[in-house]
Design a protein around this ligand. Structure first.
Ligand SMILES: [Zn+2]
Length: 358
């Protein structure tokens, strides 16, 4: 499986989260609002309030409401985005588990406290801005059947001064886990076979998608990436070619592949996750047990495009690594051009669409 790469290389990448505007113009469904409050130093409280008279069951995976160390906020100082030090997950929306939801009653507020210094490198003294925006998939009250639609949310923007020395007193979320994990090459038997097939399919899909990005129909680029100019085409094609290169290399290359939950990122409905700080990709039991190798159904998930999705997150494959700005067709097609070009699932959906002839 993919080779180990020196830790030093990972500092080359920075999170590029300041894509503004984030969403395309259009009608939004936004019954919730998020209020960010600073608790102390670099700890914040994110409180989501249901402004509606209707109860919703929020699918919290991939959102700031989940306890796992995923990218929850836009954190930026005056020069750049703070480097993200957690994990990126790919989610499955099939058979959503009850524990993947949180009910929010009419006018209720749900809150979570987050230590920013565990999720982001706050290694420069000075003023930081913190905000969040995104989409949350949901079910009706007392149901775990997703409606297929996503509600959008925004927050206020917090602005405060950070002491890099104080922030440095907190270990990064992934480092805390890494220190107590003895990592082994854990792909064997059927899992090893599945990973080899998925990497081969990833290479083929990414190569074909790169060709399409370079010289395929403008309409497809506009559908998925909101633009078809030369610069957008070449950015998308370059990233996909880099992904194809890495997927082709099973004994070396920038990423390292794991077939078990080495960093405790496999909660319910999680297929796989990437630690961008280390270019590690881990595949969860759901990836092996619930996904077909390759699907020809439009916008469905399979092992091939899950590998492709995760590969785009790794900054040593192509920098900057992508973010999870939106998951799934409904939310991803509402992103702005910049947010789409930086969104992992958009690449997976694009590659699937070309293969399946959507
Ligand atoms: Zn992802």
């Amino acid at each position: 499986m993919k080779s180990f790469v020196a830790y030093a290389a990972l500092f080359a990448a920075s999170v590029n989260a300041a894509a503004i505007p984030f969403w395309k113009e259009g009608k939004d469904f936004n019954p919730i609002f998020v209020t960010l409050t600073r608790l102390n130093d670099t700890k914040v409280r994110a409180a989501v309030t249901n402004r509606d008279d209707t109860e919703y069951n929020l699918f919290i995976r991939g959102t700031f409401l989940d306890e796992v160390p995923i990218n929850k906020f836009h954190v930026r100082n005056k020069n750049s985005n703070a480097r993200f030090a957690g994990i990126f997950q790919r989610l499955s929306y099939d058979n959503p588990a009850p524990e993947s939801f949180r009910a929010i009653h009419p006018h209720e507020t749900l809150a979570i406290e987050v230590e920013l210094a565990e999720l982001y490198d706050l290694d420069t003294d000075g003023q930081y801005d913190v905000s969040t925006a995104g989409r949350i998939y949901y079910a009706e009250a007392n149901s775990t059947e997703l409606t297929g639609k996503a509600m959008s949310f925004n927050s206020n923007r917090l602005s405060f001064s950070v002491s890099a020395f104080k922030a440095g007193g907190h270990s990064n979320a992934v480092d805390k886990i890494a220190k107590r994990t003895n990592i082994q090459n854990d792909c064997s038997g059927e899992n090893l076979q599945a990973i080899h097939t998925a990497l081969d399919n990833c290479a083929a899909l990414a190569t074909s998608a790169a060709c399409n990005a370079t010289s395929g129909p403008a309409a497809k680029m506009e559908e998925y990436f909101m633009a078809s100019d030369e610069s957008t085409r070449s950015t998308v094609a370059d990233r996909l070619n880099a992904v194809a290169d890495d997927c082709r290399q099973t004994a070396s290359g920038p990423t390292r592949t794991y077939c078990s939950d080495v960093y405790n990122g496999c909660s319910s409905n999680v297929l796989a996750y990437t630690l961008p700080a280390y270019n590690y990709i881990a595949y969860c039991p759901l990836f092996f047990n619930n996904l077909p190798a390759l699907t020809n159904r439009c916008h469905n998930q399979d092992q091939a495009t899950t590998v492709l999705h995760e590969e785009t997150h790794a900054p040593d494959v192509y920098a900057p690594g992508t973010l999870d700005n939106a998951y799934g067709y409904d939310a991803a097609m509402s992103l702005s051009r910049d947010a789409a070009v930086n969104n992992a699932d958009t690449y997976a959906l694009f590659a699937n669409a070309l293969y399946a002839g959507c």
